[in-house]
Design a protein around this ligand. Structure first.
Ligand SMILES: Cc1cc2nc3c(=O)[nH]c(=O)nc-3n(C[C@H](O)[C@H](O)[C@H](O)COP(=O)(O)OP(=O)(O)OC[C@H]3O[C@@H](n4cnc5c(N)ncnc54)[C@H](O)[C@@H]3O)c2cc1C
Length: 390
């Protein structure tokens, strides 16, 4: 493949949202950039419930080729069936066709100059004193591509930064194991509202129903559970809490995958290398949503890579600007979400019901501190879980 015969300023590994945003900003700011993707088709296989934030914040047009539905909020549903309405804030966004969306982001990056190599797996990194020799396997041939900076955006499996000596492997107990059907003929509570179900239906996680226009993504994530995610999902389809709304639903697609919800990794840069997206733990430990963070941290990584190219300086110190910038913007919230997730995981069904009963009326976004104060007033026995939040 012609693209694999050149030398580059920046080689980005993985064409998910993190990699395509990183390569876009690296190219746009003048760096000669290669984006390498192991799949033969960018965006496949899909391992996602496809909820994305307001893309307008990234300067991305909401193109009708990938936007399937507008979402205005969600219902948080307790084991006893009590529904709490949340609107605005993080719940405001879109459900997209992720296989088209990911490809759209890669095309957008190519339009500003990124070269792309598909069906090309990075299998090794050798430091050559000035940068990396990136070893890439494409259709049984091995290629060596020179890079001054490598951006590892290789997702939850993340092996590339490990090849350079950075610790990115996740503890299996911190991976949320997910299964999902995309279904037709489902009856939804509201075609523009997501539904989240908590309790024994999905231990240490939750069930989601995300309306996607003609279809709905019905899935769940579990952590360290007795049964497989798919077994919980199949059971949930029969759960009386649904009041038969999925009785006539049938799947048109099955998706599964893992979300790394243990919080961000400690170190995301070293000489000539940065890590971003799921590979770096840029995903909310509470919700398992990672697209917004991957896109934002990917944008920062691409900008900083291009700045370092202009200075011809690729030391850890120079690339550290990336780590400082993403930490300043997102670290506090990621650690807060980690704390909330740990609380949520300890609650039994009675406690979840008590929390739901303590909340009157709708919520504007999810301000857990305010909610915690209300909960403790109504159910003082829950203070032990929430005292750190208030
Ligand atoms: C079931 C499920 C549902 C989810 N739902 C949502 C949701 O609704 N909303 C949300 O915001 N987040 C969701 N997430 C999380 C979200 O999908 C991820 O946070 C997001 O995809 C991370 O983007 P990324 O670019 O870091 O990694 P990825 O999207 O995983 O992309 C990594 C890319 O790297 C490629 N790659 C890996 N290794 C190599 C290699 N050696 N050489 C070349 N290429 C390589 C992979 O093929 C892949 O294309 C969900 C996750 C799961 C598992």
């Amino acid at each position: 493949m012609r693209e694999l015969t050149y030398s580059y300023d920046v080689v980005v590994v993985g064409a998910g949202p993190a990699g395509s945003m990183a390569s876009y900003y690296a190219s746009k700011n003048g760096a000669k950039t290669l984006l390498v993707e192991k799949s033969q088709e960018i965006g496949e296989p899909v391992r996602c419930a496809e909820a994305v934030p307001r893309l307008e914040n990234f300067g991305i047009a909401t193109d009708s080729s990938f936007v399937r539905n507008y979402i205005k909020g969600g219902y948080l549903i307790a084991p006893n069936g009590k529904r709490i309405v949340v609107k605005g804030g993080k719940t405001d966004g879109y459900i997209v066709e992720r296989k088209i969306f990911d490809k759209y982001l890669a095309i957008r990056s190519a339009r500003v100059g990124t070269n792309i190599a598909v069906k090309s797996r990075v299998i090794g990194l050798d430091h050559n004193g000035e940068g990396y020799d990136v070893i890439i396997k494409h259709l049984d041939e091995e290629y060596v591509v020179k890079a001054k900076v490598v951006i590892a955006a290789d997702g939850v499996e993340s092996s590339v930064a490990e090849m350079a000596g950075l610790k990115t492997k996740k503890n299996p107990k911190e991976i949320c194991s997910c299964a999902e059907y995309e279904m037709v003929n489902a009856k939804l509570l509201d075609k523009n509202m997501m539904e989240f179900y908590f309790g024994d239906v999905s231990p240490k996680g939750y069930v989601w129903l995300f309306p996607k226009g003609d279809t709905v993504n019905v899935g769940l994530g579990v952590i360290d559970s007795k049964k497989k995610a798919i077994d919980y999902l199949n059971e949930f389809l029969e759960n009386p809490i649904l009041e038969g709304r999925l009785d006539k639903a049938t799947p048109v697609e099955f998706k599964c995958g893992g979300a790394p919800v243990g919080g961000p990794i400690k170190k995301t840069v070293k000489d000539n290398l940065m890590v971003v997206g799921d590979a770096a733990g840029h995903i909310s430990p509470l919700t398992g949503g990672g697209i917004y963070l991957s896109m934002d941290c990917g944008s920062i990584a691409g900008e900083v890579a291009a700045e370092c190219v202009k200075k011809n300086e690729f030391s850890e110190e120079c690339l550290m600007k990336y780590e400082n910038r993403w930490k300043e913007k997102h670290y506090k919230n990621l650690m807060k979400d980690l704390k909330y997730k740990n609380i949520l995981q300890k609650l039994n069904e009675d406690e979840l019901n008590a929390i739901a009963d303590a909340i009157d009326g709708d919520l504007e976004d999810i301000d857990l501190k305010k909610i915690a104060v209300k909960i403790i007033k109504k159910s003082p026995s829950l203070l032990k879980y929430f005292k750190d939040l208030i």
